[in-house]
Ligand binder design. Structure first.
Ligand SMILES: NC(=O)c1ccc[n+]([C@@H]2O[C@H](COP(=O)([O-])OP(=O)(O)OC[C@H]3O[C@@H](n4cnc5c(N)ncnc54)[C@H](O)[C@@H]3O)[C@@H](O)[C@H]2O)c1
Length: 350
């Protein structure tokens, strides 16, 4: 079969990782690259031997040969190219999170469904061998009924560049950027139970402080910091399941605790490798799961995307799953803003 012809939109940091991964996936080929910064579009095309480059994604969509787009723009700039691409009959691979706003994500899912096109949100943690290992382990219900979980994504000092910290490009901060991994992984393990309520707090505590930009952490521009660097949420789901999600881009502590799952028959510490706590023969015991090999998550993601486009089968991160993640992320912002518990909008009519 001919390789899937892709236009890559947004030629920044992660686009280079995607383009490296395309080299390993003969089932796809990048035929055009787009960036609003002309120099970046041109240089990326030269670096990766991409035949065409543009400064406006609409120009790339005029190219008949383009069958699909891979969107690597900042969070607030996911929806416009995704919607245009879907309208013009192209399938979409979009970097995480699906969008900055739930309403935009709903529009994308609706349009993809109407047009019968693939919409795949590349939440890379799904391809993490550790996440896949835990999911496989959970299949036989070794923990009994799950009733509580904690998911932690923590960086002591890891605030990214200005497209992630300016409100106009990012839409939100750490909650959107890395909270998406915690929420998606949590839902994946729990089997996507219906979310009910959310009580959350968020804040930007270190992001604007020049003294927090230390020599052994990431560099960021404190003058362009307009979002949150911290968030904690307590979530309740149908079936009596609850969870806490803790998110930091920057905090004066080396850990916010270990992620774990608790069930009626066992618990699982989500370390690498994971440790299973259970009873056996009248004793409390623990079993360490075997270590596993890592793989190229982006190449894996692209292969899944091509397969979904070519076969019409749903992608492994189904649009409705990404939408549930998005509805929880939005609930976190709403609860933090209102300073009270909010009902998570779910299900959303599509
Ligand atoms: N999966 C991962 O591990 C991972 C890691 C980092 C970033 N990401 C995600 O990838 C996306 C991009 O992140 P990044 O680190 O590459 O950001 P970045 O700021 O390095 O790159 C974004 C690029 O998009 C370009 N751009 C902005 N508006 C545009 C438009 N309208 N049309 C075309 N290009 C436009 C910018 O000029 C820039 O070159 C984000 O969604 C981010 O969350 C994923």
């Amino acid at each position: 079969m001919e390789p899937l012809r892709v236009a890559l939109i947004g030629a920044g940091g992660i686009a280079q990782a995607h383009l490296e991964a395309y080299q390993k996936v003969p089932e796809a080929t990048v035929v055009a690259v787009v960036d609003i910064v002309e120099e970046r579009a041109r240089r990326t095309a030269e670096r990766w031997n991409i035949p065409k480059w543009f400064t406006d994604y609409r120009q790339a969509l005029k190219e008949n040969e383009v069958e699909a787009v891979d969107i690597c723009t900042p969070h607030n700039v996911h929806a416009p190219p995704a919607l245009e691409a879907l309208k013009s009959g192209r399938s979409v691979l979009v970097e995480k999170p699906m969008t900055a706003r739930l309403a935009d994500a709903v529009q994308m899912v609706r349009l993809a469904r109407q047009k019968n096109l693939t919409l795949f949100c590349g939440i890379a943690s799904r391809w993490s061998p550790y996440v896949q290992q835990v999911k496989a382990f959970l299949q036989e219900k070794p923990l009994g009924d799950l009733y509580y979980a904690e998911m932690v994504v923590h960086r002591r000092r890891g605030i990214p560049g200005p497209t992630f910290t300016r409100k106009d490009t990012a839409g939100g901060g750490a909650v959107l950027d890395i909270g998406v991994y915690a929420v998606d992984t949590l839902l994946f393990y729990l089997g996507f139970p219906k979310p009910l309520t959310c009580t959350a707090t968020i804040g930007g505590y270190l992001g604007t402080n020049p003294e927090a930009v230390v020599k052994n952490g990431w560099f960021w521009n404190t003058e362009q910091f307009e979002v949150e660097d911290f968030g904690v949420a307590f979530l309740q789901f149908e079936g009596g399941i609850s969870a806490t999600v803790k998110i930091t881009w920057a905090a004066h502590i080396d850990s916010m605790g270990q992620s774990f799952l608790l069930g009626t028959k066992g618990g699982l510490c989500l370390s690498h490798p994971p440790v299973w706590y259970h009873d056996y023969g009248g004793y409390m015991v623990q079993t360490t799961l075997p270590p596993i090999e890592s793989h190229d998550t982006f190449a894996e993601e692209i292969r899944h995307f091509v397969r979904a486009v070519r076969t019409g089968e749903p992608p492994p991160v189904q649009p409705e799953e990404a939408l549930m993640v998005q509805s929880i992320l939005e609930a976190i912002y709403q609860s933090a803003q209102k300073r009270r518990q909010v009902v998570v909008k779910w299900p959303i009519p599509i």
